[in-house]
Design a protein around this ligand. Structure first.
Ligand code: NAD
Length: 275
């Protein structure tokens, strides 16, 4: 039997990159997965990929930062699959400048996507987790549920040019530790994975014609400058960038039944980079 047979998972921002690799890993291990992305086409591609490999999946397309998004994705998940067992708050992007060039719009955009959106999704999941815990306590068939919040080495150690991003990614650590304390009684573990340099479009060199992300009508270039990326690799003991599949592997550890007694933890998945 597969490790996550019968589990229902939400993975936000799973149209590409790390989110897609997490969705694929969870589906390969038997979970039914709710895919999300800001953009329709990548979300549909991931959905097709999962369904093509025989998994049950569903897509909820939309901006995680929309006010009603938390209720929408949790509501659709429960309606479609009858419950929620694994929640991975992964959706996000970067918007880098030094502090003197940080605008209020930039500050709030980073807080919206990396802190407020996970908060609202977690708040929407609370009654679902609570009801399941009560039901299962009464029947004696107790099951551990899992939340994994996605942070960054920027949120743990800081990173120049990422003031708003790092503040928002630090918020993930606080939410993780607080909810681990609130939700132990519901048998929900809440952990966090902070990534170092993972090879996705988010961290590809900003050269030629970089991809853009449409944030409420504003097109932002996605990527980092090559010098920063080379510096990161030189400071990474494993001497290379991580793959999305390796990143997904770290998230998977917290989704397994073997980690049922681990909660409130931050796992740095960075090839050893700890600056
Ligand atoms: N790649 C890295 O090196 C790295 C390092 C640290 C942390 N992270 C974090 O990992 C997560 C995934 O990043 P990635 O590297 O896979 O990037 P990516 O750009 O490859 O994929 C992110 C996906 O999230 C989607 N997305 C962005 N904003 C969204 C929104 N508001 N609503 C719904 N979907 C949205 C994008 O459309 C995209 O498909 C992010 O939270 C990022 O901050 C990545």
């Amino acid at each position: 039997m597969k490790k996550l047979e019968g589990r229902v998972a939400i993975v936000t921002g799973s149209g590409r990159g790390i989110g897609r690799a997490i969705a694929t890993k969870l589906a390969d291990e038997g979970a039914r997965v709710v895919v999300n992305d800001l953009e329709d086409a990548p979300a549909r591609e991931t959905l097709a990929l999962l369904e093509g490999s025989g998994a049950e999946a569903h897509a909820v397309v939309g901006d995680v930062a929309a006010e009603d998004f938390g209720d929408r994705i949790v509501g659709e998940t429960v309606e479609r699959f009858g419950g929620l067992d694994i929640l991975v708050n992964n959706a996000g992007y970067i918007w880098n400048t030094t502090i003197q060039n940080h605008t209020d719009e930039q500050w709030y955009a980073m807080l919206d996507v990396h802190a407020t959106a996970p908060f609202r999704i977690l708040r929407a999941a609370a009654p679902v987790f609570r009801a399941a815990a009560k039901r299962e306590a009464a029947s004696g068939a107790v099951r551990c549920r899992k939340v994994v919040n996605i942070s960054s080495i920027s949120g743990v150690f800081g990173a120049a040019t990422q003031l708003a991003y790092s503040a928002a990614k630090s918020a993930q650590l606080g939410m993780t530790k607080t909810l681990a304390k609130e939700w132990g009684r519901y048998n929900v573990t809440v952990n966090c994975v902070a990534f170092g340099d993972i090879d996705t479009r988010l961290t590809r060199p900003l050269e030629g014609a970089p991809e853009t992300i449409d944030v409420r009508g504003r097109d932002l270039k996605v990527g980092v400058d090559r010098g920063t990326q080379e510096l990161m690799t030189s400071l990474t003991p494993l001497g290379r960038r991580g793959s999305p599949e390796e990143a997904a592997g770290a998230v998977y550890l917290f989704c397994l039944p073997e980690s049922d007694f681990v909660t409130g933890q931050v796992l740095v998945c960075s090839g050893g980079f700890i600056q």
